[in-house]
Design a protein around this ligand. Structure first.
Ligand SMILES: N[C@@H](CCC(=O)N[C@@H](CS)C(=O)NCC(=O)O)C(=O)O
Length: 201
């Protein structure tokens, strides 16, 4: 497998997963070009980061890549069996992590990091923060029962997806004082050697 990666970008999710599974991979590390240059401008086969090349397949979308890796190479690890109730929850969190929970974070980054015009769009910025807070509130309720990971006692690929999301939210100071369970979840994940490795490459 060859992974196109940029430090601290969503490809961290995939490095993390590969490390958790102990799978061999080649990393092509790139500098992230500003998305303000235009859509799909990254120096990868898809124009986006992450992109995975594997067995002649070129795949983008971090969630799809993570699902492919556990299905094709996981040997039953880090994902519940297809067709089970746990699998349904797994799919929900895999997709929630990017499509719902990361969308507001991405918009905030767009205006604060790439466009530098956050002050001129205060209503939109307030909406984005509310979206992020709403998603973190869902997680806060989920972890209120004391579970260490999204699916309960078992760490799964969904935690690689969501762990990146909550870590970025934390780095961007988007967690509120009410998000104690989410903060504890992020701290728990930060101790995992595979995540530490993913953040170091
Ligand atoms: N939903 C996609 C988002 C991919 C994405 O936007 N990646 C960012 C890096 S974190 C990127 O390539 N940004 C630059 C661009 O859009 O040109 C995924 O989860 O992989």
């Amino acid at each position: 497998m060859k992974l196109f990666h940029s430090p601290f970008s969503r490809s961290v999710r995939i490095v993390w997963l590969l490390e958790e599974l102990g799978l061999p991979y080649d990393l092509e590390t790139l500098e992230l070009r500003s998305p303000a240059e235009g859509p799909f401008v990254q120096a990868t086969p898809s124009g986006k980061i992450p992109t995975l090349e594997d067995e002649g397949i070129v795949l983008f979308e971090s969630g799809a890549i993570a699902e492919w890796i556990v299905e094709r190479h996981g040997g039953g690890r880090l994902a519940p069996a297809v067709g089970t109730a746990d699998r349904a929850a797994f799919l929900q969190w895999m997709h929630f992590a990017e499509s719902t929970a990361f969308s507001g974070i991405g918009c905030i980054a767009w205006h604060t990091r790439f466009r530098n015009d956050a002050e001129s769009v205060p209503t939109a910025m307030a909406d984005y923060r509310a979206w992020v807070t709403g998603a973190l509130d869902v997680l806060e309720k989920t972890f209120a029962d004391g579970r260490p990971f999204l699916l309960g006692e078992a760490f799964s690929a969904a935690d690689c997806m969501m762990g990146y999301t909550v870590s970025v939210a934390s780095w961007m100071s988007l967690l509120g004082p009410q998000h104690t369970q989410v903060a504890a979840y992020a701290a728990r994940l930060a101790e995992r050697p595979a995540f530490k490795k993913a953040l170091s490459v």
